[in-house]
Ligand binder design. Structure first.
Ligand code: PMP
Length: 403
């Protein structure tokens, strides 16, 4: 007898399966547009120079040791992270009714926040955009939510936001439902609401008494400007919302495997902080006890030093400018080659990803026939493009659409 003999095989996680397939492919011109990680114009991973500087300083600091961090993590790091998100003049900070909890990158921050909402506030229904980052559903259901629902977001016909559908689905949501919102650079579409549209979204969320849970995985990385990319969250705070925001340092600090993140919590009153903190403490204690310190120390070292902070901003600019440049180049190539359709959406979308408009069959054709690895949704990572492969990718798209 075996306890495991009847276990069904779980489905593969598309993006990880695709990366394995890419690694096993020996075609010389293969291109990886699947992975959500920054690459240089030589196609190489990049450790931010400011991160190297911080790591050297930390390695030489003999006062640091390997003892446990507190359950809620490195407090100085969390305080600086929440401040970076909300802005120095945030009403929530001035009124001492916001705080942060160091969590395991963006995913862990979402998970801790979701588990708090499900198990401590009894929330059962959550909404995510159609489409969204493929992990939202699994994270929230694993955290104890009972019902996953979608709100309309992407209009494939016009290759833009379906704001009417979005607002209607929010209006039809039950009171208290949790709404996952991408703070900026929507993954996978690269298409964000305008500020006017955010104001409409906020007003429905207020009127229908819904709870906004922001996912901020790309602050600074999207536009190159930390403040601009935080506008939406700051707007909601100014409008008086209570909210959660999961912050990731995977992309904007390049700390992917250090699992460095922060759950920012904005409440109505400072009086509520001790109870909320104590309940989050129990969740973390039962889940992983306390977080790792290395990434948080790096971020803290940079955010607490004006000179390094400026260097970080300039590293972010390097990454976001390269992505913007690749968007331009890809669009130019597609237009020059006369690839069927319009390509303005490539330069209008922002952030790491672009929704090309290719359907599942066409995307699979790109992988099989051209060795250009992309998700079946038609999503490509702009970071995988370089000056030497952009023409090949554009040709492959053209051939796929005309085959
Ligand atoms: N949310 C979104 C929208 C993302 O794109 C990502 C990264 N792919 C994350 C959250 C979390 O990533 P991580 O856990 O690596 O910070």
């Amino acid at each position: 007898m075996s306890w495991f003999a009847d276990l069904e095989q779980g489905p593969p996680i598309e993006v990880f399966a695709l990366m394995k397939q890419f690694a096993d492919d020996d075609f010389p011109q293969k291109v990886n547009l699947g992975a959500g990680a920054y690459r240089t114009d030589e196609g190489k991973p990049w450790v931010l120079p400011v991160v190297r500087t911080a790591e050297k300083a930390l390695a030489n600091d003999e006062t640091l040791n390997k003892e446990y961090l507190p359950i809620l993590g490195f407090e100085a790091f969390s305080t600086l992270s929440t401040r970076m998100l909300l802005g120095d003049d945030s009403p929530a900070l001035k009124e001492n009714r916001a705080f942060g909890v160091q969590c395991l990158s963006g995913t862990g921050s979402l998970r801790v926040g979701a588990e708090f909402l499900a198990t401590k506030l009894g929330k059962t229904v959550f909404y995510y955009s159609k489409p969204t980052w493929e992990n939202h559903r699994l994270v929230f259901l694993s955290a104890g939510f009972k019902e996953a629902r979608e709100y309309r977001y992407w209009d494939a016909q016009k290759r833009g936001l379906d704001i009417a559908g979005f607002l209607q689905d929010l209006k039809d949501a039950p009171e208290g439902a949790v709404i996952i919102l991408h703070a900026c650079a929507h993954n996978p579409t690269g298409c964000d609401p305008t500020r006017e549209q955010w104001a409409q979204i906020a007003s429905v969320i207020k009127e229908k008494k819904l709870f906004a849970f922001f996912d901020s995985a790309y602050q600074g990385f999207a536009s190159g400007d930390l403040d601009r990319d935080a506008w939406t969250v700051r707007y909601f705070v100014q409008e008086g919302f209570e909210l959660f925001c999961a912050q990731s340092y995977a992309k904007n600090f390049g700390l992917y495997n250090e699992r460095t993140g922060n759950l920012s919590v904005v409440l109505k009153s400072p009086k509520e902080i001790p109870a909320v903190k104590s309940q989050i403490t129990l969740i973390v204690r039962g889940m992983y006890s306390n977080p790792p310190s290395h990434g948080a120390r790096i971020v803290n070292h940079v955010l607490s030093n004006n000179e390094l902070f400026d260097q970080w901003r300039s590293n972010i600019k390097t990454m976001s400018s390269r992505i913007i440049d690749m968007r331009k180049r890809l669009r130019e190539e597609l237009e020059r080659l006369g690839a069927p359709g319009t390509w303005n959406h490539i330069t209008e979308q922002i952030g790491m990803f672009s929704y090309t408009g290719l359907n599942a069959e066409q995307s699979q054709h790109m992988v099989k026939m051209h060795h250009v690895y992309m998700l079946s949704s038609g999503r490509i990572s702009m970071c995988g493009l370089t000056h030497s492969n952009v023409e090949y990718v554009a040709k492959s798209i053209k051939e796929t659409l005309t085959d």
